[in-house]
Design a protein around this ligand. Sequence first.
Ligand code: SF4
Length: 592
Amino acid sequence: MSTNDTGFAVLQAPTQAATGPQPKNTRPTEGTDPPTYDQMSLKTYIFGALMVLLAILGTSVWLLAPYASPMLTVFLYSIPANCAISLFPHEPVLVDYGTAGLNIWGIALAATLGTLAAGFIDYKVFAPVLNLKRSADRYRDKNSYARANHWFYKTPFLTLAVAGFSPIPFFPFKFLVFASKYPLPKYLAALALGRFPRYCLLTLAGYHFNPPTWLVLATFGVMLLLVYFRKILELSRKLVVRLAGKANPKTAEQPDLKVYSAAMVFKSAVKAVRNIRSGRPLCVSLEVTHNCTANCLHCDKGPVVEDHPVGPDVYQKICQDLDPTLVQIAGGEPLMRDDLADIVRSVHRPGRPPFIAIITNGSLLTREKYLELREAGANQFSISIDFPDARHDKWRRIPGLFDHLSELVPKLVAMGHGDIVLNACFHRANYRLLPEIAVLAKAWGTKLNLSPYTDLRTNNKTLNLRHPADTEELDEIITSLYAPGGGSETVMTSEVVMRRFNDFYKTGFTPGCQAGQRYLVVNPDGTMTPCAMHTKTRYHSQEELLEKFVKNNQCGECFISSRANTEKSFRELLIDNLRFVSMSKESGRRAG
Ligand code: SF4
């Protein structure tokens, strides 16, 4: 951003503004100018402190002595009610002063002057703050900002005056004013022109209609709720987690950290409901290769195979058509694909589902690869672990793998993104070690997801838990793991689901499989199968899968976590996902 001689800041980055017709109120963009940034100065801090002091003063006077000096109170109250971080609604208060039979024009004028004071201080604080490099880098290159700025600068003064008068939210206009440093005198003049008649109308409405106090208070309450909606949403989320997490009280008390936004959780929840109702999958697993760097004793992947892989464009089309809530990028070992970042990019939709998880054994994962995939849009890295020590290497048949993970994982966790999960498939050879694996996850600062072994991949039945000798022991392990202080604070898998896993081992069968509907696998060649165990018949669309497999599916011979997680009730999905968000934030907070 460069500043011209009239005090305007001219955008460098926006494509449309730079290539199309220039806004009337800005100088033509000089594409070769380097972008310029502000720095925090003492003046900015002083205005920031002044804003806080006036907010406290205005709120206190209004609460303690609302009618001692009405004009002064309205003036002072209008500052916190109109500053950029607006604390309270303004409208019901003006209506209330109107009912008191005071000088209507005087009240409206006092409110306008308070609004102008707020606008002046706002400008002095937020114009520099929004033009700091770290702030500007977050919006200057965005097309949405370029477009908004382009349209705003067609008639900025009139736009501000109309927006100031109308009930539409004013903060987007403030943002454009501060970000582009629209001239302060013009901004204040437009503000006065729009706000004064609006305040007159509000005060007049109070005077003429004389609404009962309860109605004014109720309106105030509703508007306050709207202002603090996000905070209320966050508190509600914590409350739900607390109520649902009786067996795991530590999780409920975890502090807040913005690793995943409440908005993303909300969008994902809405999407999950829509997909369940419309028959679309919740989870699609893209098995981008069937080659693997490991040769695990519990898995059928490992040797080199010719799997005819499709490219990112095919995955993009498939994910657009299926529109799932969660995309797992798995294999084999997905990091064997050189174009993995492109695949992630092709599926990623900024600020919208799907949530993208990469399932890896970690052998090819490095700090650089992690950053590249994160940048491409990966939301989670799920790293397999079978044993809490070097026995892991023997099981995976990769020498030195455990040491590699011991060194790498804590470093990735220390970046504070809260996106690393350990993924343990448990079976007869390692189920007694689950508490130790949970301790390892805690020591590394990660979360832990658990999934029961299925013999359908290898036909090795000796790894199944035997009933009742093993399943009774697993019951005891679950009880002690999920007891307060038992070590489950890092375990994403809920106690209810763990008990279902053990029930599966007891009977060897869990009916009601919804593979192909709520969950499906896309093979490296772009064909679909209901799960990774039924791979002989390949399908070319979900419709074909539904018609030829799902309708007649009686299989219940596995209960892997992908199946268990997509067959939860909506209530379980919501609670477990909220708990997952809390755990991610806690993991990020600890790292930070
Ligand atoms: S129970 Fe469902 S997910 Fe498991 S093997 Fe059978 S069809 Fe596949």
